[in-house]
Design a protein around this ligand. Structure first.
Ligand code: DC
Length: 223
């Protein structure tokens, strides 16, 4: 049977990974978190002390690394040169490093080719910034999941508070705006809403409501 692919794109903090994970589980597809791949390289570059503004050095360093994706108990693990970095990549510092290096064409080419190979073999739900536009332009279903900057900042703030981490709402908002700007205006594969994507604005929807919208759309491509 032909592999089915669901592409979910959108800005940071719109809820892509939560929704993608749930949808993948429900459909029995593999969830591929492409942001985690950029983060894994970002983390590894920071560890190696590479200047992230030096494109040539970043590309050279990334080319020398072996990046593997493995699944354990249904969860995606990212392995760089035999080190499982999955637990190290969820910080703002690594997120911002990922955003920086994702602007480099050759870094993107390395990761896009891994992502495309993964989706050839199996049915997937893949989330990121360029999935519907570049990685899987022929995806079975394309979703653009977004939410207002205010709402995304509030959600991130609540996450930090829950973990007992000090944070400032205005600073979080500023960081999100900066990341949106960089991801949307870069020259190589910027975040765009492709014309054939279905837009879901989650500003006033909870997770269950977004999933319900998603399943309605999945039904339309299944039938
Ligand atoms: O989704 P995330 O926050 O984990 O992604 C981290 C950064 O990686 C994001 O700011 C931009 C980049 N990214 C990308 O350019 N293309 C993707 N498909 C996924 C992430």
């Amino acid at each position: 049977m032909k592999a089915v692919s669901i592409a979910i794109d959108g800005p940071a903090g719109a809820g892509k990974s939560t929704i993608a994970k749930r949808v993948a589980k429900e459909l029995g597809y593999i969830y591929i978190d492409t942001g985690a791949m950029y983060r894994a390289l970002g983390y590894s570059l920071i560890k190696d002390g590479v200047n992230l503004d030096d494109e040539a050095k970043v590309v050279e360093n990334c080319r020398g690394k072996e990046l593997k994706i493995e699944y354990r108990d249904g969860l995606q693990h990212v392995i760089v040169n035999d080190e499982d970095v999955t637990g190290m990549i969820r910080t703002d510092e690594v997120g911002s490093a990922a955003s920086k290096i994702s602007a480099y064409k050759e870094v993107r080419a390395l990761l896009v080719s891994i992502q495309q190979k993964m989706a050839e073999k199996e049915s997937v739900v893949m989330d990121g910034r360029d999935i519907g536009s570049v990685v899987l332009p022929n995806a079975t279903l394309k979703i653009y999941l977004t939410a207002s900057v205010e709402e995304r900042a509030k959600r991130r703030y609540a996450e930090y508070m829950e973990k007992g981490q000090e944070c400032d709402l205005e600073q979080i908002k500023k960081d999100i705006e900066e990341r949106d700007h960089r991801d949307m205006t870069r020259e190589n594969s910027p975040l765009v809403c492709v014309p054939d994507a279905h837009i879901i604005d989650s500003s006033f929807l909870n997770i269950d409501q977004v999933c319900a919208e998603m399943f309605k759309l999945v039904e339309t491509v299944k039938s």
